[in-house]
Design a protein around this ligand. Structure first.
Ligand SMILES: C[S@@+](CC[C@H](N)C(=O)[O-])C[C@H]1O[C@@H](n2cnc3c(N)ncnc32)[C@H](O)[C@@H]1O
Length: 212
């Protein structure tokens, strides 16, 4: 069950095209569908790539990252209590938006270089495939352009709590996953159906997914 809301935040001209987005999306689909294919070497390579990107991340890519998440949080509430787990939190560009809804945020990222630039939330260096979080502890999981390890997401979510998913460049984002695929991965991991509300905002797309 996927409900699509009409767009309210227009897309300005000038959307960037990311070279390598197709390769990134193939990896994103593989990790969502076959998480066991992720290994230590791939994790090290991913962390090194983002360590190298960290210094210029916000100046190069910061300008357009907030509108899709802001739209999701404004339009698909009200939400239950936190804390929230922000997975793939990067330099923390989006953490304050999440704190507006859930004041307590645990911000998790694999890259020490990205995480070192973050200031908000309780920052934890960890791999999303093995979250150092207790089962059922999170009032929400928020993933904005990060990998989906659905078994970990469903493990840490409290009963009935949502996954908030966004891709700042929508179908052009290296971490883009179609809402159908996110829903299927969560259902396979949890053994129960999930429903989603989705929309587009600025250059991106978002979905809020909840167990049925
Ligand atoms: C495209 S950036 C997005 C950062 C932030 N969410 C934003 O929108 O600015 C992807 C982030 O995912 C992190 N990441 C990639 N794989 C990860 C994993 N397995 N566990 C935790 N973080 C991961 C990277 O280190 C990087 O900071």
């Amino acid at each position: 069950m996927i409900e699509t809301l009409p767009r309210v935040v227009a897309a300005p001209p000038g959307k960037p095209v990311r070279e390598g987005a197709a390769d990134g999306q193939a990896r994103a689909r593989r990790l969502a569908q076959r998480p066991e294919s992720w290994d230590r070497d791939e994790a090290a390579g991913m962390a090194a790539r983002f360590d190298a990107a960290a210094a210029d991340w916000e100046s190069d890519r910061g300008g357009y990252r907030r509108p899709p998440l802001a739209d999701a949080l404004a339009r698909d509430g009200p939400f239950g209590p936190g804390p929230a787990a922000e997975i793939a939190s990067g330099t923390g560009l989006l953490t304050s938006l999440i704190q507006d809804v859930w004041p307590a945020v645990v911000a998790v990222d694999l890259s020490p270089g990205m995480l070192a630039r973050a200031r908000a939330g309780a920052r934890v260096r960890a791999d999303a495939s093995r979250l150092p979080l207790a089962a059922g502890c999170a009032g929400a999981v928020v993933i904005c352009d990060g990998p989906l390890f659905a078994a970990e997401v469903t493990r840490v979510l409290a009963p009935g709590a949502p996954l908030v998913w966004s891709n700042a460049l929508g179908r052009g984002a290296p971490f883009y996953l179609a809402t159908e695929l996110v829903t299927e991965a969560l259902a396979a991991a949890s053994g129960r159906p999930w429903r989603a509300v989705q929309s587009e905002a600025h250059w991106g797309r978002w979905a809020v997914l909840r167990p049925v």
